[in-house]
Design a protein. Structure first.
Length: 372
């Protein structure tokens, strides 16, 4: 019994020693360990932003224009008659002709002989009628005699003498003189078509026939363009249409030639392009150095925009919103875009004293506290 008591006392002492050693060791290690928590006071830092204020102004509404130059007039010169093209034709591609210059001559001998035959027939009919005029209508004899004396088959026919009475008019009509007269006038008009003249001052773009060729009615002889006036069809955004009117001046430029010209808005189209929502604008211009097919760029000044503010494009969150600062807090501001340029936007709805964030917008959000 005493032996077991002694064992229990020894076990209790050993256990107590072990517990004391463990407690002492843990305390020692805890006293040597450094704290990972900083003893410094935490600071609440705010994002620094760049702010700007803008003033209202009156801006020139510049509308960008570009397009391909086209001759205002272009025509296919055709023949109204048939015959052989005569030598001496000098119509070549690229050659310039003034309005009224002779382009082509077609053999007209057959038509000329037919015309003279018709004139001779009328001369015979008037000569045979003279005795009746002398006895039945003596008051008109002098007029008809004067007309007959001046009659020449090689000269353009003159208008027949006017009858002095209804009876004379019926008498002349019965002789078929009026019908012959108008047939001759028609042949004279047709004879003039054997000479073909330039319809306007311009350049030949294509020459299709040469001397000796058989020409048929309706055949295209050459193509010409009028080099006095040109036209550009340029697309304009539908939103800019309200700033455009006919008669406005347009400054146009060729970057390849480094030259400028001044055009004028001649008309505004009515058909809207479904894909782009643009409407065609037609601009006429003239001047030296212009060529058909040339590409030009320019601008026209629309109606002045009043009480607008010009903002950089890179500060916009969306097409109609920006960031402003109120009481050191970031706030979204909705505005009304009036005109968009390549680097700026003209807007309304922003007060001149409002502070607009113009620096980097990365990381900013609504309600954020900032400093500046």
């Amino acid at each position: 019994m005493e032996k077991n008591t002694r064992k229990n006392i020894i076990s209790t002492l050993i256990t107590a020693a072990i517990l004391f050693a463990g407690f002492y060791g843990s305390q020692k290690m805890a006293s040597q360990k450094k704290s990972t928590v900083s003893d410094k006071v935490t600071k609440n830092e705010r994002r620094k932003v760049q702010l700007s204020t803008f003033t209202m102004e009156e801006a020139v509404n510049s509308i960008e224009i570009d397009g391909r130059l086209n001759a205002h007039e272009r025509v296919a010169v055709t023949s109204k008659v048939q015959g052989i093209m005569q030598p001496g034709t000098s119509v070549k591609q690229g050659k310039y002709f003034k309005k009224g210059d002779l382009l082509y001559t077609i053999d007209s001998r057959e038509a000329g002989y037919n015309l003279k035959a018709q004139k001779s027939s009328l001369l015979t009919a008037i000569t045979q009628m003279m005795p009746d005029i002398k006895f039945d209508y003596p008051q008109s004899l002098g007029n008809w005699q004067q007309y007959l004396d001046a009659y020449d088959v090689d000269r353009p026919i003159q208008t027949l003498p006017s009858p002095t009475t209804d009876q004379e008019k019926y008498f002349v009509a019965g002789r078929n003189l009026q019908n012959q007269y108008y047939q001759i006038k028609s042949l004279e008009t047709r004879l003039a078509d054997y000479n073909i003249y330039a319809p306007f001052s311009g350049v030949v773009t294509a020459a299709n026939v040469y001397a000796g060729a058989l020409i048929s009615p309706g055949q295209t002889l050459c193509n010409m363009i009028n080099t006095s006036y040109y036209e550009i069809q340029a697309p304009v955004a539908l939103q800019d249409l309200k700033h455009v009117r006919t008669g406005q001046k347009v400054q146009l430029r060729s970057e390849e030639l480094d030259k400028e010209w001044t055009g004028k808005v001649s008309r505004i189209g009515t058909q809207i392009d479904n894909a782009t929502q643009n409407i065609p604008l037609f601009i006429t211009l003239s001047g030296s150095g212009l060529k058909d097919g040339m590409y030009l760029k320019g601008s026209l000044n629309g109606n002045a925009l009043t009480e607008v503010i010009k903002l950089p494009k890179n500060i916009f969150l969306s097409p109609n919103s920006i960031y402003v600062v109120k009481d050191s807090t970031v706030t979204t501001k909705t505005i009304e875009p009036i005109k968009r340029g390549s680097e700026y936007v003209l807007v309304r709805g922003l007060a001149p004293n409002e502070q607009v964030i113009t620096g980097s917008l990365a990381g900013l959000f609504e309600g954020q506290k900032v400093t500046y």
